[in-house]
Design a protein around this ligand. Sequence first.
Ligand code: ADP
Ligand code: MG
Length: 681
Amino acid sequence: MAIHLSSSIKELPGVGAVAQKDLKALGIATVRDLLFYVPFRYDDFSLRKKIVDLQMDDVVTVTCQVNMIEARPASKNRKLILVEAIVSDETGELKVVWFNQPWLTKQIRVGSRISLAGRVENRFGLNMMNPVWEQEGENTVTGRLIPVYGLSGSLTMGRIRNAIGNALLCVYELTDWVPDSILVQEKLPDLCDAIVSVHAPKDRSSLNRAVERLKFNELFLHQLLFAEIRRGLKKASCFSIPINEESLKEFVSRLPFQLTQAQRRACWEVVQDLAKPHPMNRLLEGDVGSGKTVVSAMAVSRVLEEGKRVVYLAPTELLADQQQKALQRFLPNQTIGLLTRSRARIGNESVKKDQILNGDVACVVGTHTLLQESFTMNDLALVIVDEQHRFGVKQRHALLEREQGLQAPHLLSMSATPIPRSLALTIYGDLDLSILDELPAGRKQVATAIVSQEHREGMWKHVLEQIREGRQVFVVCPLIDPSDTEGNASVVQTKKELKQGSLNTCSIELLHGKLKTDEKESIMEKFRKGEIQVLVSTTVVEVGVDIPNATVMVILGAERFGLAQLHQLRGRVGRSDHQSYCYLLPGPVMGASLERLRALESTANGFELAEKDLQFRGPGNVFGDSQSGFPDFQLATPADVDLMKKARDYAAELLKQDEKLEQHPLIREMIQEANDSVHLE
Ligand code: ADP
Ligand code: MG
């Protein structure tokens, strides 16, 4: 059967049921998906050297003959099998060692010629440890820039490279939707060439151009979507909600705390926007814990008083649940509803989904599920998008698309992503910005420390003291099951160890993504009520969770998380006037990431951390990663601001000439696809 872009990956030779499942976990279902699955870095093995010229720390390819190869147990650790080889070329000999790959003695024949690639080390003389290898002349994993892909399950690098190699056979079916004129002007390669170069780069410069092209795709599409949102909002009329000082004062007087100056300013900006004849399009930015919810609650309060409706979107069910409760607390005289995939609630009472869909309550908090349901949105005056970077521009665009013909709702997006004002304006054009640059009074900086192996016992003692004082603790691990062999901590194993060891007197519970929604909720609820003292969790607690009594965040395998993510995790504590602590426990394999953890130790400010994060990205890491916390983009990073400006100008120009995109059906299609592909959890 012929393979096409739309074919399922299982049609590809070598992709069986297991590989199909593993690829699915990476979001890859079709051949097209696979082509757009970009490497997260490249190993540069293009430098070739003769053995005599090798120096320590060279990253090179060496082509040589195998003189000897044998396997033996290591002398200290008998479980470790060493494969040792002596190889040579016309200039000299080199020792090579592989760990735990005894089969190599069968695959690599004495007398054969092979290519080795990796780093040259110096332990009792120059050698190579665990280099990749292949027969001379194959040139698939040595001798050039080698793409390295993110993996999942039992997927191997060889297998995914192979699958991509096969998928590349239909790369020429791709249609390029970016107008030629732009490509020519910007000297960007066409889409096929770019995709080929990204997976099989000839050299650095063709790779760089290909990367530029893919980033441009992303930025250009986003700018088009933004431009449409902006234009739509500008033209649209809306329900204007008059300013009512009495009611605002009353709202403020009911709060259990004093608003910060920054909160007051933001509230006032929002309230003024609501009174205008065109819909608000405002981004409320504030570091974790700066108190964004209450600002949005004030807007909700005004809209409800005027008899209009509100939709509040949260990125996960957990957060939707929490934010519904928070709004209900801030607005005791109103009824707040909740709708997620598995929950429907009005106030504290569970109800049938239909009751919410029929429009029985005027303010509904929900996940993206809301966008997909046939939900009555008459009189919808305000849409709040919490943690907006988790939604992305596609979701916002889709939401506003639905509303065509009606009065457009005001749009308040909220984000803890620290993007500087100038960059935000480049990304979002003339969107209005409120920044909460102040934490509520009395907050103490979270004391942050990297804890080495020998200090862990002492740390757990301190954790126990905190619990005895009535405080609560998060323990975050990178994994759910103890399935992985590299010694990474899992929640299951960690809970067991704590229960048997340092925290045997405490109530400990697990929280992770594989639990059912009601299990998750009931655990969060118990934690919120203080019935659970220690919550051992995966990163499901990462975004927005607000438990003020929790004062300790212990992060196992901390080097496995990105800086932005670690900052978010740390933001789960320090949300009251109790002193809080964040302990970073690196796993057994550390390396360069120690630098990042140090940055976290020394910096509390999310904006500063974001800048440091950028500096840590080496040149090998050509794409931003989804952990960078940079909103909306998978490939582009804040460093691509120039390209972003270009994309913005081209988008504006294009829409000026062809507002309805009638002469650009391919672009229309891309936008439609973006709207259709809206999904989250
Ligand atoms: P975020 O900006 O991260 O979404 P939240 O809105 O969840 O932060 O607020 C964090 C915590 O701080 C909540 O428990 C909230 O009730 C509390 N809070 C908000 N504003 C203030 C304030 N001005 N003074 C004291 N506590 C506040
Ligand atoms: Mg929040």
